[in-house]
Ligand binder design. Structure first.
Ligand SMILES: [Fe+2]
Length: 174
C-alpha cells in the first residue's frame, strides 16, 4: 500500500467525523512531517493533477503546478486544504466585484505548510520560484460533480468550467 493510499484512508476516516476540516488538517500536518516520503512516492512525470479519491464528502488530489504557467481563475464551491510537500504553491485570491473580479491577496504554501481556502474563494494558481510545486489537495465535497465557474482574466466574467475553457485561459508567467 503506497503512502498516498494510507493517507487517503486516514482522510476518509476523518471526513465523516464531527470536525472534518480540523481532523483532516491534523492528518495532513502529520504527513508533512515526512514530506520526503511523499516526494519519493510521486512520479516525476505523468499528469500534473491526479484524483486519488472522491465521494460525497471529500475529493482528494495530488497536484503539481508549473512555475511558467498560471492556472485560470476558478472557484471550488467547497472549502479546500492544500498541503504542500515540495516547492511552493501560490494562489492569487480574488473576490467578485460587480460583474468582474478584484484581487484581494496572495497566499503561498511552501513545503511543509498547509493553507486553506474558504468555499467561496476564487483563485489563480502557480508554482513560486523556478521549480514545480507538489501538494495534496483535500476538497470538502464532490468537486468533480459541482457546477463551477472559470473567470476571464480581462473582464472577470464567469464562464462554464470546461476543460476547453480551462486550457484556453491558462496564462504564461513571465
Ligand atoms: Fe483551485
Amino acid at each position: 500500500m503506497s503512502v498516498f493510499d494510507t493517507l487517503v484512508d486516514r482522510i476518509r476516516n476523518e471526513a465523516d467525523g464531527p470536525d472534518p476540516q480540523g481532523a483532516v488538517r491534523a492528518v495532513l500536518a502529520e504527513a508533512l512531517e515526512q514530506a520526503e516520503v511523499l516526494c519519493d512516492a510521486t512520479p516525476a512525470d505523468g499528469p500534473d493533477e491526479i484524483n486519488l479519491f472522491e465521494d460525497g464528502a471529500v475529493s482528494i488530489w495530488r497536484s503539481r503546478f508549473q512555475p511558467d504557467v498560471i492556472m485560470p481563475a476558478h472557484e471550488h464551491k467547497v472549502p479546500v486544504l492544500i498541503a504542500c510537500y515540495s516547492g511552493a504553491e501560490t494562489s492569487f485570491v480574488y473576490d467578485r466585484a460587480g460583474d468582474g473580479l478584484r484581487q484581494t491577496g496572495t497566499v503561498t504554501a511552501r513545503a511543509g505548510e498547509i493553507m486553506d481556502l474558504p468555499g467561496d474563494a476564487i483563485h489563480m494558481v502557480t508554482a513560486e520560484g523556478d521549480r514545480p510545486s507538489q501538494a495534496v489537495h483535500v476538497y470538502f465535497g464532490p468537486l468533480t460533480t459541482l457546477d463551477r465557474a472559470l473567470f476571464d482574466p480581462d473582464t472577470g466574467a464567469a464562464l462554464p468550467f470546461t476543460m476547453e475553457n480551462f486550457e484556453a485561459l491558462k496564462l504564461p508567467r513571465a
